[in-house]
Design a protein around this ligand. Structure first.
Ligand code: FES
Length: 340
């Protein structure tokens, strides 16, 4: 895993009573690793939390700054509160290089549905598309009230639909999604209920045209959990995963380091190849097709007694059949993402 960058907080600004903007720069004044629109970075907060935040400015090959926005969530796990309460201009933070689990893909038309702070990756994508020109872009930006709407002036002025539920009730999304369109892409980022609504309203679309990011994340130890055994294919090491731990943590304790960031199934960093066994997928990253060949160990578990996993860049490792539904030796491994 590349080492974190040490970045200086050049500026902070309150966009709303609960949303603060942070501008991060290289203390030496250099440019930063590039990124594509929709990317995020992972930040270690002063209180020690590791959290992923979308970059809100359009992608760039050599940006001079990273800009992210954090909504203070007092009911959350503490990361956003530490960012608000413990970080000031002039401080330095450990920040990962950008990664992108929500990339902007080519289309003639785009429909963006953003809920609340879900506007952050959408803003970078829309900014890039408007700079580039040539594609029709529709933005539905849903918030509770004008006071709680980051970038209100910007999205009110550019033809976007900015809808406040406290004033106008729920927006009916069906008129925007009723007609599937193979030349269009739908991007949705927001709270779980909004993401689920968009997924439900687009079941008649080709899955590859619908992209969602749920910033709430998944509770890694939520729900019913059964112990299982993970087999690390490159070495054959067998790792017991107890009911009170995650596959990611169990691998780490066994000395098997897997890159991770959000630890909540949303960023895509910890992806492993799934070579055998049946996974209980809990992440919000993998497509239905990807779930046959990959697993996100920060939140996902096993339905079978064993799971055989390997790094994504590992040459396909033949494995013995494992558990119910395990593959035959040398069986082909399902391919990578088919989101095209
Ligand atoms: S660490 Fe982010 S999806 Fe697993």
């Amino acid at each position: 895993m590349p080492e974190d960058l040490r970045l200086r907080v050049a500026e902070t600004e309150d966009l709303t009573p609960s949303v603060r903007r942070f501008v991060l720069v290289d203390p030496a004044g250099g440019s930063l690793p590039g990124y594509r629109s929709g990317a995020h970075v992972s930040v270690t907060t002063p209180a020690g939390h590791r959290r992923s935040y979308s970059l809100v400015e359009p992608g760039s090959r050599a940006p001079r700054r990273y800009v992210l926005c954090v909504r203070r969530d007092t009911g959350g796990r503490g990361g956003s509160v530490s960012m608000h309460d413990d970080v000031a201009a002039g401080d330095e933070l450990a920040v990962s290089e950008p990664a992108n689990a929500f990339p902007l893909r080519r289309a003639r038309r785009y429909l963006f549905v953003a809920g609340g702070i879900g506007i952050t990756p959408v803003r970078s994508m829309v900014g890039e598309l408007r700079e580039r020109g040539g594609a029709a872009v529709t933005v539905l930006y849903l918030t509770r009230s004008p006071e709680e709407t980051a970038f209100l002036d910007e999205f009110s002025a550019d033809g976007s639909v900015v809808h406040h539920s406290a004033l106008h009730g729920r927006l009916d999304l069906w008129p925007h999604l009723a007609e599937p369109d193979d030349d269009a892409r739908v991007y949705c980022c927001g709270p779980t209920e909004l993401v689920e609504e968009v997924l439900a309203l687009t079941v008649h679309w080709r899955p590859s045209r619908v992209h969602v990011e749920d910033f709430a994340g998944v509770d890694p130890l939520g729900g019913r959990r059964l112990p299982f055994t993970a087999v690390w294919a490159p070495t054959g090491a067998r790792v017991e995963v107890g009911e009170d731990t995650t596959l990611l943590a169990a691998l780490g304790r066994a000395g098997i380091a897997v890159d991770a960031s959000c630890a909540s199934g949303t960023c895509g960093t910890c992806r492993l190849r799934l070579l055998g066994g049946e996974a209980e997928h809990r992440d919000l990253v993998l497509t239905g097709e990807e779930r046959g060949g990959f697993v996100m160990p920060c939140v996902s578990r096993a339905r079978s007694r064993e799971l055989v996993v390997a790094p994504v860049d590992d040459p396909v490792t033949p494995v013995d059949p494992v558990g119910p539904g395990g593959p035959a030796p040398g069986a082909p491994v399902p391919g990578a993402s088919t989101r095209i």
